[in-house]
Design a protein around this ligand. Structure first.
Ligand code: B12
Ligand code: SF4
Ligand code: SF4
Length: 309
């Protein structure tokens, strides 16, 4: 039988062999401090119309409610920083959405991860999540020692910045935990706050989700973008990277090795009129496996219209 430390190094090796850029481990425990932050965020209505954020509060703060007997949270980061970018003059798509939908890409990796652990270690239980369940992913990433939450709300790594997806594997396997990330390297910088086009970044790392361009362009289903936001989006079509683009730590971002995140040629090459002339039929074919399908064709057209008005 292998020791905890041998299990831990096997977990880290498996993470790297599956292409994850970072892997950290935390003891499974209730997130009491985060519960207070989440409660206040919800009480302030910062979730806007994202009603799903109000559901399963208990599960969000207690991993053992998602995996009975949970002992460890494995947090994995996957870099999505692209090697090629859109030119500035066309409607902008957030970098996370350049390639294949990360939910699908990461789900497949997590499945394989768990299978590999079971083959090596035996009858363990676990569930992998990325954005797919009530899990406070950024908080676990800090607790696993991977980085700090910046003033822009994002998890930032000291070596490669913040253009990473986070996923977690909650398991009943006992592993050696990493030290939580205790420092904060934002210092006196306020670039993200100063540059956020809609003043969605508040004090103490709180983001008013209901004012974020990412929310308006992706999450606001079947609704018009409020008039008072007119003229604030510059030429942002889907998602928003402003608070990450201006962050000095993202000077250290390196292009992803994940071939599934290779940018769709249409995203790199579409002109403004290509977006305007896009039909629903072509949208469904081109963006079949893309995060853009979350906004649907109607959402993309609404966003385009909003930029013109
Ligand atoms: C709802 C949501 C949104 C909403 C609301 C944003 C928000 N800040 O809450 C909207 C649609 C606006 C959004 C936008 C974006 N999102 Co989003 N989103 C989520 C989701 C589903 C839930 C987040 C949540 O629980 N919010 C509630 C607030 C209260 O929690 P929180 O932001 O996570 O903050 C916690 C920690 O920061 C912690 N915290 C703060 N300070 C400290 C200090 C310490 C010491 C500790 C331990 C913790 C801590 O306190 C909070 C509560 O615990 C997560 C996936 C997930 N399941 O976690 C992705 C997620 C946070 N989003 C992600 C991304 C990539 C984005 C965008 C960059 C996408 C884009 N380019 O358009 C933007 C960034 C906007 C921003 N500046 O935050 C990534 C973040 C990756 C990273 N490096 O941080 C996640 C983790 C998805 C993923 N699986 O990769 N998102
Ligand atoms: S993603 Fe854009 S709108 Fe949202 S907080 Fe960052 S800069 Fe502001
Ligand atoms: S822009 Fe500055 S303040 Fe904002 S997250 Fe980056 S380092 Fe922190």
């Amino acid at each position: 039988m292998l020791s905890n430390s041998e299990h831990t190094s096997f977990v880290k090796k498996t993470a790297s062999s599956l292409g994850f850029d970072y892997c950290g481990i935390a003891k499974a425990e209730r997130l009491d401090e985060d519960a207070k932050r989440l409660e206040s965020w919800l009480n302030n209505g910062f979730n806007g119309s994202m009603n799903y954020m109000e559901n399963y509060f208990d599960l969000r703060i207690d991993p053992s409610k998602l995996v009975p007997g949970a002992k460890s949270i494995i947090t994995l980061l996957l870099n999505y920083f692209p090697s090629e970018k859109q030119i500035q003059e066309v409607p902008q798509v957030s970098k996370y959405a350049y390639g294949k939908d990360y939910h699908e890409v990461i789900k497949a990796k997590l499945k394989l991860f768990l299978q590999t652990l079971k083959e090596k270690i035996g009858d363990i239980h676990g569930r992998g999540f990325t954005d797919s369940a009530p899990v406070l992913e950024r908080s676990w990433a800090v607790k696993s020692g991977l980085g700090w939450v910046g003033k822009n709300g994002n998890l930032i790594t000291k070596n490669n910045g913040s253009f990473f997806f986070i996923s977690t594997l909650i398991t009943d396997l006992d592993l050696e935990a990493d030290d939580p990330f205790a420092k904060d390297f934002c210092g006196s910088c306020t670039k993200c706050i100063d540059n956020c086009p809609t003043e969605a970044i508040l004090a103490d790392k709180v983001i008013d989700g209901s004012k974020c361009i990412s929310y308006f362009t992706i999450e606001l289903k079947d609704m018009l973008i409020p008039e008072k936001m007119k003229g604030k989006f510059e030429n942002i079509l889907f998602g928003c990277d402003v608070c990450q683009n201006v962050c000095p730590w993202n000077r250290f971002a390196k292009p992803t090795n994940e071939t599934d995140f290779k940018p769709l040629p249409e995203i790199l090459n579409f002109s403004k009129s290509d977006w305007e002339e896009l039909t629903e039929e072509s949208f469904k074919i081109i963006f079949k496996n893309s995060p853009l399908k979350r906004a649907k064709f109607a959402g993309i057209k609404r966003n385009l219209k909003f930029l013109e008005s």
